[in-house]
Design a protein around this ligand. Structure first.
Ligand code: SF4
Ligand code: SF4
Length: 467
């Protein structure tokens, strides 16, 4: 172990890899990965980008497929509007989400960070490759950064930052489209900016924010800022799946020497796993919170192993127990049970979302009124109803009594049309024959029908005389 190694070895637990001994920034110049995992990540990135940039444009029946309009408290999921009345679904979704995150992380570690997190996808698969393309490999980048300002340096830096700004602008617009919808963003282009100052300001702020994150803050988001990253320490256990170095097989490290019989472990101490790491860590030091499970070190180590004719998998997906006991990663009963629980939770949530009613009605008897006796031995009660039309279309609705004969008589209108995305208020009488009111407070059910099809029922009470 040379002096550099020794210093790194003793200091890696004391400070994050991106901070030097004086508290300054250790800029990470990561090597471009290549290999089986990286190829899969490229494919996933293409799919991911199609989904991320495409979703805000998808509409079903004129309704955005997805929208989280936080300022107006309007949420659209699968083209269904969710109202404050659907809060219970939101609460269940939040509980499911928290349990899901916890269980998923216990089993699969930071799999999400490496494969799905937008920060990793944009940083490692978009921004960093552009940097490699413009500024070259890590050595060339370092030389460029440390060199004096020249026309070449100015050109490269300007080009890179202009592209970074442009991509950040596109991401910011897409991000805001998830909140306000694409049609509102189009208006900034079509109408004078003075009509949409707040939104325009939002685009500028988020563009700068994304630019700062991807151009400068970078891996610090994962190693220091992200709360999910910080949670790993309490969620991991000895069986959690990680990107791990097989120290049993790799140690003692020793340089590869051609045509010399190997007496040390399989790690040839080539440092490639460190050079390729986007968070600047040495995975050989063991499990570290800074590892985002990007798999770059697996690819590069496999490549090196192949080159020196040693078996691949010195760095691989494994658990700490797996490495210690020399076992392959397998689906233990605990992993199976947790995975089944995760699947059940997701199924319950999906069922709740799919079966959620488009119409929500609440009927209450008008306060301060008992009942009115009518000619022909009939009794009436006065009601107020709040009927929420959660769709983006007006709906003609008819109210009928369920299971008993009687009449529903609207006040002030002959037909009931529920206006789109509105809480519709309606007042009406329910009229029953005295003969069927055999108790002072009778439970009744009002059915809501759209073109003859029942779309909901509401329970209420009908008051009659004391018998
Ligand atoms: S890439 Fe593999 S062989 Fe090279 S230093 Fe890392 S663990 Fe050792
Ligand atoms: S240690 Fe390996 S998996 Fe973890 S962040 Fe670095 S390169 Fe990615």
């Amino acid at each position: 172990m040379d002096l550099d190694d020794l210093q790194h070895y003793v200091s890696y637990r004391d400070r994050v890899s991106t901070v030097d001994e004086k508290g300054g920034r250790n800029w990470v110049y990561a090597l471009k990965p290549h290999g089986a995992f990286y190829n899969k990540r490229i494919l996933l990135t293409i799919l991911y980008l199609m989904v991320f940039f495409g979703l805000p444009f998808i509409k079903v029946n004129g309704m955005p497929f997805i929208q989280f309009n936080i300022p107006e408290g309007k949420f659209i999921l699968f083209s269904k509007i969710f109202w404050p009345q659907d809060f219970y679904i939101f609460a269940i979704a939040m509980i499911t989400f928290v349990i899901f995150i916890a269980l998923f992380t216990v089993i699969y570690g930071r799999l999400f960070c490496g494969w799905v997190c937008p920060q990793t996808i944009f940083m490692e698969m978009i921004f960093r490759p552009i940097e490699w393309l413009i500024e070259g490999n890590p050595a060339e980048q370092k030389q460029l950064n440390n060199g004096k300002w020249s026309f070449k340096k100015f050109g490269k830096k300007s080009l890179k930052h202009l592209i970074f700004l442009f991509i950040s602008f596109v991401i910011a617009n897409t991000f805001l489209a998830y909140i306000f919808g694409v049609s509102k963003l189009y208006k900034i282009i079509e109408e004078p900016i003075s009509n949409h100052v707040a939104l325009f300001f939002g685009v500028i702020v988020f563009t700068l924010l994304f630019y700062l994150v991807f151009a400068f803050v970078r891996e610090i988001v994962c190693t220091t800022i992200c709360p999910y990253g910080r949670l790993q320490g309490v969620l991991f256990d000895q069986d959690t799946m990680l990107v791990a170095y097989d120290y049993k097989r790799g140690e003692e490290r020793g340089k590869f020497k051609k045509n010399v019989e190997r007496t040390s472990g399989d790690c040839i101490d080539c440092h490639q796993c460190v050079n390729v790491c986007p968070t600047g860590i040495d995975i050989r030091n063991g499990t570290q919170l800074d590892c985002i499970n990007c798999t770059a070190c697996i690819d590069v180590c496999d490549f090196m192993m192949e080159k020196v004719n040693l078996p691949k998998g010195l760095i691989r997906y494994a658990s700490e127990n797996g490495i210690a006991q020399g076992k392959k990663l397998s689906f233990t009963p605990k992993i199976k049970a947790f995975t089944a629980l995760l699947a059940i939770l997701l199924c319950v949530l999906t069922a709740l979302l799919i079966t959620r009613k488009q119409i929500d009605a609440h009927i209450t008897r008008t306060g301060g009124q008992l009942y009115q006796e009518l000619p022909d031995n009939k009794i009436s009660n006065l009601y107020n109803a709040k009927i929420i039309n959660k769709t983006n279309k007006d709906i003609p609705v008819e109210m009928k009594l369920e299971g008993i004969n009687g009449e529903v008589k609207l006040i002030g209108k002959s037909e009931l049309h529920l206006k789109e995305e509105t809480v519709n208020e309606v007042t009406f009488f329910i009229i029953l024959d005295k003969s069927i009111v055999k108790e002072h407070s009778k439970k009744i059910v009002v059915g809501l029908y759209k073109n003859g099809e029942k779309i909901g029922t509401v329970k209420t009470k009908f008051l009659g005389p004391f018998i």
